[in-house]
Design a binder for this molecule. Structure first.
Ligand code: 2P0
Length: 350
């Protein structure tokens, strides 16, 4: 009798916010970056994508994806690459164990939901593709490690490879042309530095003007400054950041985080035509952090901005009042700000 059963698995994946930024592809097809990057995974009790992957002979014939209840195009090369890689792994399992149900050939039905604004510079594609890959891997009962799955998620969206881990995560750019060594690895679990906090300041929930994918390609094609960033600045920052995390040295962590964010936005400005992600409210957040650090006589707060105007401010728990209190005090008078304090995501919970 034909198998009409619906097989399904659900998962959640967290958002990550880079402290050493990914901005540039050396191979746009395989999503291979021009530089390594490093991020902190944020607690998914606050920000996460929830995804259910199902397959059945009663579905189809096409694979489908619903994001926040609206149908998405799955014919794009990135989603197709993820589906293809995961199906190949499942087919290999089925070939080695004849008692397994034949799932690799069945149409997929994916349902995803974000509990935060999509594409507003809050790394929605990172959590989205990480959850998609993990949900299908669970559905297919693949024995793959998070690093193996990160190689697949990377092809969906570069930053997604870092959302397969909690804590502090590096995406090593790799050297191989086929991308086999361009994967994410854990630098330290959240428990290593449990006092780390992030304050997320959402200035705009609107979709961003220039997408990361096209923005970074124009940067690579036109920015002289980006060549120096890839060759000199980022390798130095990766090393300093890993050491700062190992030593729980917030002053260095904070300094590198801010200089990195500035370096990334400088290469955006050096792109032709220039790309501006920060707005006047973002600049007010930078000034607020500078004031906090000046008052403290050392770096106790560090801002970072991605491809949008929203600020993420890192600080340690003991400085919550001095940082979160002061930032909210300054920015609270401005319209449209919403502040949220979040912890670092523990690896085990993913
Ligand atoms: C990052 N960003 O490291 C950097 C900082 C934005 C600024 O990764 O084309 O959405 O899907 O690989 O991953 C945003 O880029 O780009 C990003 P694709 P992605 O978090």
């Amino acid at each position: 009798m034909a198998d009409t059963k619906v097989y399904q698995a659900s998962t959640t994946a967290p958002v990550n916010i880079a402290v050493v930024k990914y901005w540039g592809k050396r191979d746009p097809k395989l999503n291979l970056p021009t530089n390594s990057s490093l991020s902190v995974t944020l607690s998914q009790s606050d920000l996460r994508t929830h995804t259910t992957a199902a397959c059945s002979s009663t579905f189809g014939p096409e694979d489908t994806l619903l994001l926040n209840s609206s149908p998405q195009d799955v014919s794009g090369a990135r989603t197709q690459a993820c589906f293809r890689e995961l199906r190949t792994l499942r087919s290999a399992l089925e070939a080695s164990n004849a008692s397994l149900p034949k799932l690799a050939s069945l149409p997929l039905r994916i349902v995803s939901e974000n509990n935060f604004p999509t594409a507003a510079g809050l790394a929605s594609s990172a959590a989205g593709f990480a959850a998609l890959v993990r949900a299908i891997a669970n559905l297919y009962e693949l024995p793959s490690s998070p690093t193996e799955l990160s190689r697949i998620a990377r092809q969906g969206s570069g930053s997604a490879c870092r959302s397969l881990f909690g804590g502090y995560v590096a995406w090593e750019m790799g050297a191989n042309e086929d991308g086999s060594d361009s994967v994410a690895v854990e630098v330290a679990p959240a428990s290593h530095w449990p006092t780390m906090r992030a304050l997320i300041l959402v200035v705009s929930a609107e979709k961003k003007g220039v997408s990361s994918t096209s923005g970074m390609q124009i940067t690579v094609a036109t920015s002289e400054l980006s060549k120096h960033r890839f060759a000199v600045v980022v390798p130095k920052h990766m090393e300093a950041m890993k050491k700062a995390i190992q030593e729980k040295d917030f002053e260095t962590f904070g300094k590198v985080t801010m200089v990195e964010s500035n370096s990334f936005h400088a290469t955006c400005l050096d792109t032709f035509p220039p790309i501006f992600y920060m707005n006047d409210v973002s600049k007010a957040a930078i000034r607020a952090v500078e004031d906090i650090n000046t008052r403290a006589g050392k770096i106790i707060a560090a801002y970072t901005f991605d491809a949008g105007p929203n600020a993420v401010i890192y600080y340690e728990e003991e400085n919550t009042d001095a940082v979160a209190g002061a930032v909210k005090g300054v920015l609270g008078e401005l319209d449209g700000w919403e502040g949220k304090e979040v912890k670092v995501q523990d690896t085990k919970a993913i």
